[in-house]
Design a protein around this ligand. Structure first.
Ligand code: G6P
Ligand code: MN
Length: 439
């Protein structure tokens, strides 16, 4: 039997995961589920809700919640990690500092990502150290952002750890592509390379062995489609994602060799992203006033009513993806997923020690990446710069060196010059004193 623990169980991303776990608990041989968080209020709201919901739907799984990490980790088999030190409040503060200075503040790209990395790296390292002591055989599946930088830190500090760093973005985009071609996602074999939130698809082979990428390219070049938004049913009520799925096609039109991950919009269309950002209402504000409010209000309503009947935990790609990977490990299915792992030759002309996002076959031994081969100069150039920034950010978080932090900041493609970089760095540091390592 398996004990699953959600580290950061008070997250608004939890409901989707909790619902998929409940539906598939028999397959996963899950008999115990623990929500762990440092935020007592949030974890108790989501924890009590989940207990009630599981019980009323007849689930045999024992659900509990705690703010005690040691207790949560005891005898654990799977740890789903999704933490956010400083919550979305700090995310919005970072976004605003960046936007006011005329640069991208997104939580994974630009200096919003830098700041989030400085907050999260020390905590993640402390948690994994505990895991090594208390439940060294447990698998850690990490969703925590900024995944690119964080995975670089994790595999550097714990090269032998049983960790798979993942993101739901590649599979979400693949789902939209499959729907566009009226195909079953499972019937298409995707080849992708890059880093997290920074990569490209080189091929998408259908069940007949035909590559769909040339057709997609033609449909974009001819103007037949200018967005993939309507083929992505999950985010159609969210203008940010509608716009993002459109900008992704714009980028593909401008750079038609490979199909881009949508997060490249922050690096290849920063002018548009800046023009569209609103310092008074950022994505962090949107999440706090939207998703967070909705979920915790619903928890409170259900707990007051004393029943979860008529309520539901929503599920979707986010929950399915991480559970699919756990399932692949448990049943040694050797299915193919796109994950973040040490390059180790997968991209032959890229640093073997760097963490990259590539397809891998996942089974009980973990992830075995596939060979990508040589990548073109354009993509490699962008990746080299980004990787240098990521590595220097990890160095800064681990060393607490101001000079190294400054180097990281100046390496980021969204930073125009030293003066802007230093000013934003100093303002971010001031606003994050409580969370960053001392510089
Ligand atoms: C996608 C990305 C995640 C990111 C999320 C942001 O799922 O892959 O890395 O956390 O979007 O969602 P939010 O609604 O918080 O902006
Ligand atoms: Mn992601």
């Amino acid at each position: 039997a398996n004990k699953f623990v959600i580290i950061g169980g008070g997250s608004t991303q939890s409901p989707s995961i909790l619902e998929v776990l409940r539906q598939r608990s028999a397959d996963l041989d899950m008999n115990q589920l623990v929500l762990y968080d440092i935020d007592e209020e949030r974890v108790s709201l989501l924890g009590q809700y989940t207990k009630m919901y599981y019980k009323e739907t007849g689930s045999p799984v024992h659900v509990s919640y705690t703010t005690n990490l040691e207790e949560a980790l005891q005898d654990a088999n799977f740890l789903f990690m999704q933490i956010r030190p400083g919550l979305n409040k700090q995310r919005a503060i970072d976004e605003k500092i960046c936007i006011r200075n005329g640069v991208i503040g997104q939580e994974t790209c630009g200096l919003g990502g830098f700041s989030f990395a400085m907050r999260v790296i020390p905590d993640i390292i402390a948690i994994i150290k505990k895991v090594k002591q208390i439940c060294p055989d447990a698998w850690i599946l990490n969703y925590t952002n900024p995944e690119a930088i964080l995975s670089e830190a994790i595999y550097r500090e714990f090269p032998e750890a049983k960790v798979i760093c993942i993101c739901d973005m590649p599979i979400s985009i693949e789902g939209a592509i499959a729907q566009y071609f009226h195909k079953d996602l499972k019937d298409i074999t995707f080849k992708y390379f890059g880093m997290n939130h920074f990569g490209w698809w080189t091929s998408m082979i259908d069940e007949n062995g035909q590559d769909l990428l040339p057709q997609l390219r033609e449909d974009v070049q001819s103007g037949k489609i200018d967005t993939l938004a309507q083929w992505n049913d999950e985010t159609l009520d969210d203008q940010y994602w509608i716009d993002t799925y459109k900008r992704m096609i714009t980028i593909f039109k401008r750079f038609p060799e490979y199909f881009p991950n949508c997060y490249l919009q922050y690096y290849l269309m920063p002018d548009v992203m800046m023009a569209e950002s609103d310092v008074n209402f950022t994505r962090g504000d949107w999440v706090m006033q939207g998703r967070e409010k909705r979920i915790f209000t619903e928890c409170r309503r259900v707990l007051k009513a004393g029943t979860a009947k008529g309520s539901s935990l929503n599920s979707g790609v986010h929950g399915n993806y991480i559970v699919d990977i756990a399932n692949a490990i448990i049943h040694n299915t050797r299915e193919r997923f796109t994950v973040n792992q040490k390059n180790n030759g997968a991209i032959s002309n890229f640093d073997p020690d760097a963490v990259v996002e590539v397809p891998a076959y996942i089974g009980s031994m973990g992830a075995e990446t596939i060979s990508i081969g040589k990548i073109p100069t354009f993509h490699k150039g962008l990746m080299e710069l980004q990787k240098a920034y990521e590595k220097r950010t990890v160095d800064a978080a681990l060393s607490g060196s101001y000079q190294v932090a400054l180097e990281a900041v100046v390496l980021n493609k969204t930073i125009p010059d030293y003066h802007v970089g230093k000013k934003v760095l100093d303002e971010l540091y001031e606003a994050n004193k409580q969370y960053w390592p001392e510089l």
